[in-house]
Write a protein that binds this ligand. Structure first.
Ligand SMILES: Cc1cc2nc3c(=O)[nH]c(=O)nc-3n(C[C@H](O)[C@H](O)[C@H](O)COP(=O)(O)O)c2cc1C
Length: 396
């Protein structure tokens, strides 16, 4: 699409030295398909189909910066240089087909090692994890479990916090070596940084706990450290749980303060999610509805004056268009709808621009679909004529 389109969702967006061809992003989605953190054939096909499906940017699932703190045993990882070539295959395929590729960096903290959803999605018991013979630990700001099903995490020392910051910085260097365009820091859903932010999980009395300023310290230090090594021409996103879903926990006002501070250290986009801190969030005070998190994206965009990405139950092209056109968010992330139909972004663009052309499809498919279109229209007109005649006859 050109920049002149009247469809907001189809307008390109340049952030630093990268241009997203439209406003649609594939949201990070854990696949539990990696081996020792390595990209497998599953990832090549899974992410490849989104590249062909017309999104401007595809974000990987949460990708572990530390071997011992993955979300699941089978998470993608970026904790060693050997992971770079697999990641690079993903990025190179995206670049060869008109898309950008980003990595979501994560440290899962006190919610390390859970089962895939299809096996129950529960916290793994320590003896279960030990069967894999890999290093593992659950850590957090304080020795408070996420909920009774999770074992109590070890409270991190200041040296260990610095080590985790360095793990993020090293991971960012590797992501750059893998030709990735975007980094997203996962500060949401109750994982390590989210647990530091929330007074419900963080009861420290040192420089990393207590006041809002102290609870935000790790978030800002990691972002600052990453920005120093992540090339100036590449965008940096942060996913936040704009409210953590607990009573008296992390609030939207806190998010606005943090968003401003992250902007100051060179973060470009806040990806506005919510919840996930603890058991309480299963009774989330954010009721689920279409686009239920969009108001967060709008508020952060307006109040913190930073680009935002909206996510959560965005399921129709019209809804996505309205979000961008009305200024609620700059980008729209699609998760489960893209699992249902990886061509959702291309189809959205086609529908919103009048349904005439398959412009957003890969060139190898486009010409065939465009060529078939007049035939389809004729056949559909004929079918409509037939059914109208049948209707008329039936009415006589
Ligand atoms: C299979 C699956 C895995 C997910 N894994 C992650 C993840 O790794 N990191 C993350 O930030 N969010 C994760 N999410 C949340 C999604 O990125 C998204 O925020 C959520 O599904 C809401 O968007 P949707 O309604 O479009 O699916 C996951 C969601 C799904 C369905």
């Amino acid at each position: 699409m050109t920049g002149e389109t009247s469809v907001s969702l189809c307008r390109p967006l340049s952030i630093r030295g990268r241009t997203l061809k439209n406003r649609l992003v594939i949201s990070p989605m854990c696949q539990h398909a990696a081996e020792d953190g390595f990209v497998t054939d599953w990832h090549i096909v899974h992410y490849g189909k989104f590249v062909l499906g017309g999104a401007a940017l595809i974000l990987t699932e949460s990708t572990a910066v530390a071997e011992d703190s993955r979300v699941g045993i089978d998470d993608l990882g970026i904790w060693k240089d050997e992971h770079i070539p697999g990641m690079k295959r993903l990025a190179d395929f995206a670049h060869g087909n008109g898309a950008l590729m980003g990595v979501q960096l994560a440290h899962s903290g006190r919610k390390a090692f859970s089962e895939p959803l299809w096996e129950g999605g529960n916290a793994m018991r320590p003896e279960e994890i030990e069967r894999y013979g890999i290093p593992w630990r659950r850590v957090g700001p304080s020795a408070i479990a996420a909920s009774p099903e999770w074992s109590v995490p070890t409270s991190l020392s200041v040296e260990q916090i610095q080590e985790i910051r360095e793990q993020h910085v090293s991971a960012a260097r590797r992501a750059d070596a893998a030709n990735m365009d975007v980094l997203e820091l996962h500060y949401g859903h109750g994982y390590l940084v989210a647990s530091f932010l929330s007074p419900k999980a963080n009861v420290r009395s040192d420089a990393y706990g207590g006041s809002l300023e102290n609870r935000m310290r790790i978030a800002i230090e990691i972002a600052k450290g990453v920005r120093e090594v992540w090339p100036a021409e590449k965008p940096l996103f942060v996913r936040l749980s704009c409210v953590d879903g607990t009573v008296d926990g992390w609030s939207l006002n806190d998010t606005l303060v943090l968003a401003g501070r992250l902007k100051d250290v060179g973060v470009d986009v806040i990806d506005c999610s919510s919840g996930g801190l603890s058991e309480e969030t299963r009774r989330s005070n954010v009721p689920r509805g279409f686009g239920f998190q969009v108001p967060f994206a709008r508020c952060v965009r307006e109040e913190a004056d930073i680009l935002t990405q909206a996510v959560g139950l965005i399921t129709t092209p019209e809804q996505a268009e309205e979000i961008v056109a009305s200024g609620s968010a700059d980008l729209v992330a699609i998760g489960r709808e893209a699992l249902r139909n990886p061509y959702w972004p291309a189809e959205a663009e086609r529908q919103l621009t009048g349904g005439e052309e398959y412009r957003a499809w890969p060139v190898r498919h486009r010409a065939w679909l465009d060529k078939r279109e007049p035939v389809m229209r004729r056949l559909m007109d004929e079918a409509r004529g037939t059914s109208q005649n049948e209707g008329n006859e039936g009415g006589q």
